[in-house]
Write a protein that binds this ligand. Sequence first.
Ligand code: GLA
Length: 406
Amino acid sequence: MPRSVERLFSAHVDATVDAFGPGDGLTCFFSPGRVNLMGAHLDYNGGPVMPTAIDRGTFIAMRRRKDRVVRLGSTTEPDRFEVDLSDLAAAGGSKSHRKGSWLDYPLGVLLHELERRPEAPGIELFFGGNLQIGAGLSSSASICVGTALALARAWELESSSLDLVEAALWAERDYVGVQCGIMDPYAVGFSRPDHLLWLDCRDRTTAHLPLDADRVRIAVADTGVRRALAQGEFNRRVEECAGAYELLKQAHPQARCLRDIPREVFESEGGRLSEVQRLRAQHVIDEVERTHVARAGLERGDVALFGEQMSAAHQSLRELYEVSIPELDCLVEGALAWQGCLGARLTGAGFGGCIVVLLRADACDGFDEHLSRFFRARHGRDVPVALFGGDPGPREIEGPWRGAVA
Ligand code: GLA
């Protein structure tokens, strides 16, 4: 772990001690965020996706308690939460403790894991980190998978990576109530450095595809735009695709998801769809094909072909899926104007947040300044641009932690 991250963790431990007081037995965990390079909006349509975990993420300091009290806090949000596990268990799967804030993510995971250990002791969890929140880098999956790992240690649960992913998915879908696909927790829970994860969301099969860090690097630039309406727009896309699937399935009954609809069926039966459904389905069918082309390119070392698929995906996200905004388009345009940029597209759901860029490894110097200048010329402000490394996935970070003991 780089010294800079060690220092950040020490600061996180200090903040934990400030918030919860000193005491023995503080354990720290790191859980990464993710970027998705191909397979935009395919996970909830049963298609393939190609994300990778990044070396930015959530820091969690955890301490067991002798009583049954749970305390949650964070470096970035002022709200703290305290609850007795017996009260939480008595509420069962009900949502009576839901806060309507970030707290619901760790709370959902807690509730899920409590089922496995009803007599579990109390615990303190303090969150922080170096991942932009709400930027499309999956801070929520990072928190949820990291919480599941911390609980597995604290409560001596035997949790596989899949168990962590399932706990995270339950928290997001069934407790918080977001109709998200399966990509994000899988990207966090099944990551491997210098590899993209290939996840087929229809049958949940996975493969790790090498990404040669000597040849290519991943950069991310953040528009800084955060849309309150993004969640509603996201859910609307999920519904539009579900509607398109229901209609097209009538002509192809063996299909189990929109991804299963062959292009010929879409072309002959597209008249059944509304104009909006047609655009969304067109994106899905094209993007499935692009994602396979990108994988084939990567496997034979043709990173240029991979990059072309990313840029084509962005155009489709703008024109057919309608989830881009001028700031994202500007960043993609600026990135593509850089010699040595292989491809660029928005990452995450869209409507704001970040773009992801594939760069030739020998063309990284000066890219951040170029892109920020390009954006400033049009939008009058700078944007953060960073090269991201890969990450081995959620894990304990060894101490000893200064200041953890009184
Ligand atoms: C969000 C969702 C993911 C996925 C992407 C779009 O990030 O959380 O499940 O649908 O959008 O690819």
